[in-house]
Design a binder for this molecule. Sequence first.
Ligand SMILES: [Zn+2]
Length: 216
Amino acid sequence: MNPRGDCTIAVESTIEGTKCRKCGREIRDFHGVDEWITLRHLPILGRRVYLRIRPKRYRCPYCEEGPTTTQELSWYEAKSPPTKAYERYLLLQLVHATIADVSIKEEMGDKALEGIVDRWISTEVKWAEVKKVKVLGLDEIALKKLCLRQRKNSLFYATAHSAYIASLLTSVIATCLQAGVNALEYLVALQEHRQAVFAAPAGWLPWTYPTAGVSP
Ligand SMILES: [Zn+2]
């Protein structure tokens, strides 16, 4: 523990081996450990908590020149300083709060927070997932379209799932605008023809869907 009261816990992976980054095979020849990395983690009793770990590195006996690969663990990403659990905690803090509020409370830079939000809430339309729109009633769409101006509105939705749906809708509506299509009519058409949409999604993109109630 440091003078500021932060808790630092050193941890070690008990998992043996990793997959070679070149050939993808399971390798277990221990090569050594990397430098310490520090990951912010969930607070304990109001204290900031940091986990320190020296990632293990393994050498591939199958590839020429025996390249080494750093072991990756499921609870953090190599290029992101907070653990995934802490990132989820931050997203919950952002419900009914602004980036600035959480930035002050958690003593974390607002740019870092925005980066986390961007990573967890996709801003691009994944058309394969558009079928999820079916879970929304038309009233709900009408309500949400009133406040779909900016992606940051996602943070005001009550659950991660509705935030996800809202950001998906935002993307759909932005795509409609770009394609010169009336977004509400498009969403209504998706609802009314949902079976046809699932059967042939390519015919139901904002720029390809049949307008004026024509059944395909
Ligand atoms: Zn290999």
